[in-house]
Design a binder for this molecule. Structure first.
Ligand SMILES: Cc1ncc(C[n+]2csc(CCOP(=O)(O)OP(=O)(O)O)c2C)c(N)n1
Ligand SMILES: [Mg+2]
Length: 185
């Protein structure tokens, strides 16, 4: 499955959840397919979507919170997996689009080809983890995990295939922050 196809499956499943996106193509794909006020786009700072997602989940315990992360982002901030597991927000679903490369910067290989990020999450204490490799599996895996008490991690293995022509997020960081806070209420 291509990265874009993974987003095409996930986006229709979203309702009013805050969704915190990792930088690079993760932000750009989601923004271009469907911009939402509840989308926080982490522009530039790699590895931090998971920390922000944890903060949102802890401060809004009655609201499901979703992180859409990349394998390179997760590897850069692997300690945040442990912090999420220790804080144990039951309302957090952490989705990882794993293409085994830093696609946004030229497809350099990442360690996720030999380190199973779902196993790492399970080892540190995520309550549920699931790995999918086919786009047809995404909807049921998502629905299963969103219905359970987290923190949960859905690892989606994709081909490195994002389109370089995909436009950039055109909101300023200030706009992203203020509309995200408004959407949170
Ligand atoms: C601290 C820091 N280091 C490096 C970069 C450059 N950079 C931006 S996106 C990216 C790759 C992210 O990889 P991944 O999370 O796997 O997402 P993908 O690009 O594969 O969708 C890199 C290295 C950055 N923005 N910030
Ligand atoms: Mg990647």
């Amino acid at each position: 499955m291509k990265g874009t196809e993974a987003f095409e499956e996930i986006i229709p499943l979203l309702t009013d959840e805050p969704v915190i996106h990792a930088n690079g193509f993760i932000c750009r794909e989601s923004f271009n397919l469907k911009d939402r006020e509840g989308n926080f786009y982490m522009i530039g700072s790699m590895g931090l979507a998971s920390s922000i997602g944890l903060g949102v989940a802890v401060s809004r315990p009655d609201q499901k919170t979703i992180i859409i992360d990349g394998d390179g982002n997760v590897l850069m901030s692997m300690g945040t997996l442990a912090m999420i597991a220790a804080a144990a927000p039951r309302n957090l679903l952490h989705i990882v689009i794993d293409n085994e490369v830093y696609e946004s910067t030229g497809r350099q290989g990442t360690l996720s080809s030999s380190v199973a990020l779902d196993d790492v999450a399970k080892s540190v204490g995520y309550t549920h983890t699931k790995r999918v490799t086919e786009k047809e599996q995404i909807k049921s895996a998502y629905q299963e995990l969103i219905g359970k008490e987290g923190p949960s991690l859905l690892l989606i293995k994709v081909e490195p295939s994002f389109d370089k022509a995909t436009g950039r997020v055109h909101h300023t960081p200030e706009e992203i922050t203020s509309r995200f806070m408004k959407a949170l209420g």
